[in-house]
Design a protein around this ligand. Structure first.
Ligand code: PMP
Ligand code: GLU
Length: 431
């Protein structure tokens, strides 16, 4: 269209709920980092949290074998895949999972959106929580309530916090609480006792829980506990292959429903049938082996855990020694250092907000991180770093070949992460 022709669609009415929501912060920082790299800047990509590891060979060869599968699949998901998923939940968590209560979707993110669409609930989120839960509620014009957490509790929601909000609330809407462990952004994991205490409060107040367990197999000590163990009647479990099987771009996730929530499952199958139809056939068929109990899969998962544990420990230690408040992560790809102890020095340096902090750090050191405010954390100067900027294929192989390989940032494969840590620490010393 030339500049002289008026655009007949200039005033096209866009749904105002969507206009109020910017592009997802995780994807936006990834694009910004790539653009800066293309412009010749040295950028440390600690913004987007995606697995640095390759998809297990087992899954790749199955995908090649099934490449010709071309039919639409059952809306709820391919039955052998649902059976494998239910089998994994029974095996690893002792849950009473059945294939008929599993729904497969193109990523757990899409399923979480469908869940919020199907329910007419108030969303309850501990602050901080993963970036997309609250914008999804906004897209659907659903109310959302944040519950404050404290760094001394590892940014975890306590039973007391949940009880207090339940007593103070005036709304009549049923509540949906999203709990995430291992946690994005903090790297914290909920213990058995913490989950039991939360379950007791949720049960008493009839709060439905969505337990986002997308990092379950990346609990560094292999001690992930599902909330569904302690609150089976009121917990939906979401998980998928994006993180612990390195296959974010394959787009496959699932929701496991408890007995008694069949009406909700039915509504979500309707939503799926009118939106994505089914997940790609080859992807579903190739993903079955990710959920099965094979030595190859276990080997892969154990090596990924070892690598991430070593990095998380060394990276967070270096930041702590430079004066930041940061807990050692217990699972996943992230840590959440709090720069608040340096608030005065940062202010003298012209940094007034956590968004300023993320921007200035990126501009002056090349290290990309996400501000805590994207996770609903507004009263702390906290940044989330995803310590995934390294060649995962190479390091995974080295870790698998040498069971006694010490994983820390001194390894040549982790040079970029060591440089990122050095740059952050030098920047702090110069303030
Ligand atoms: N939950 C959390 C906590 C996440 O970090 C992510 C990011 N991948 C998701 C859910 C969505 O994962 P996916 O859609 O790839 O299954
Ligand atoms: N979950 C990843 C993160 O928190 C990115 C993928 C996404 O947001 O969909 O960085």
């Amino acid at each position: 269209m030339t500049t002289s022709t008026p655009n007949p669609f200039a005033d096209l009415p866009i749904n105002p709920s969507i206009l109020r929501v910017p592009k997802s912060a995780t994807l936006a920082i990834n694009e910004k980092s790539k653009a800066l790299q293309r412009a010749g800047k040295r950028i440390y990509r600690l913004g987007l949290g995606q697995s640095p590891f390759p998809v297990p060979e087992l899954m790749v060869s199955r995908l090649q074998a099934y490449a010709r599968a071309k039919d639409y699949m059952a809306v709820q998901g391919y039955l052998p895949l649902r059976e494998a998923i239910a089998g994994m939940l029974r095996r690893t968590e002792g849950l009473d999972s059945q294939a008929r209560r599993i729904l497969v979707g193109p990523g757990s993110k899409e399923l979480l959106f469908g869940l919020q669409m199907a329910l007419d609930c108030e969303l309850l989120l501990p602050a901080p929580s993963w970036v997309s839960y609250e914008p999804q509620a906004r897209l659907l014009s659903r109310p959302c309530r944040w519950i404050e957490t404290r760094p001394e509790n590892g940014w975890k929601l306590t039973a007391g916090d949940l009880e207090q909000q339940a007593r103070e609330r005036d709304g009549k809407k049923r509540q949906l609480l999203i709990l995430n462990s291992p946690n994005n952004p903090s790297g914290a994991c909920y213990s058995e006792t913490e989950l039991q205490d939360l379950a007791e409060v949720a049960r008493r107040h009839g709060i439905l829980v969505l337990s986002d367990e997308i990092y379950s197999e990346l609990h560094y000590r292999g001690e992930h506990r599902s909330m569904a163990r302690y609150y089976p009647e009121g917990t939906l479990v979401s998980n998928g292959i994006s993180k612990w099987a390195g296959a974010g771009g394959w787009r496959l996730g699932f929701l496991a429903f408890p007995e008694g929530l069949e009406a909700l499952l039915k509504s979500m199958i309707v939503i799926a049938s009118e939106t994505f139809t089914s997940v790609s056939a080859p992807i579903q068929m190739a993903s079955i082996c990710a959920f099965e109990d094979s030595p190859a899969m276990l080997d892969y998962i154990h090596a990924c855990r070892r690598v991430m544990a070593g990095i998380g420990q060394d990276f967070s230690r270096q930041l702590r020694e430079a004066g930041l408040q940061v807990a050692e992560p217990e699972g996943g790809f992230y840590c959440l250092p709090d720069f608040t102890p340096m608030a005065d020095r940062l202010q003298n340096y012209g940094i007034e907000s956590v968004a300023d902090l993320a921007t200035r750090l990126l501009e002056e050191t090349g290290v990309a991180g996400l501000p805590g405010s994207d996770f609903g954390l507004h009263d702390h100067l906290a940044l989330r770093f995803a310590f995934v900027d390294f060649d995962g294929a190479e390091l995974l192989q080295a870790a698998q070949e040498k069971p006694d390989l010490v994983i820390d940032l001194q390894l040549p494969q982790l040079q970029r992460l060591q440089q990122a840590a050095d740059r952050i620490c030098d920047w702090l010393h110069r303030l």
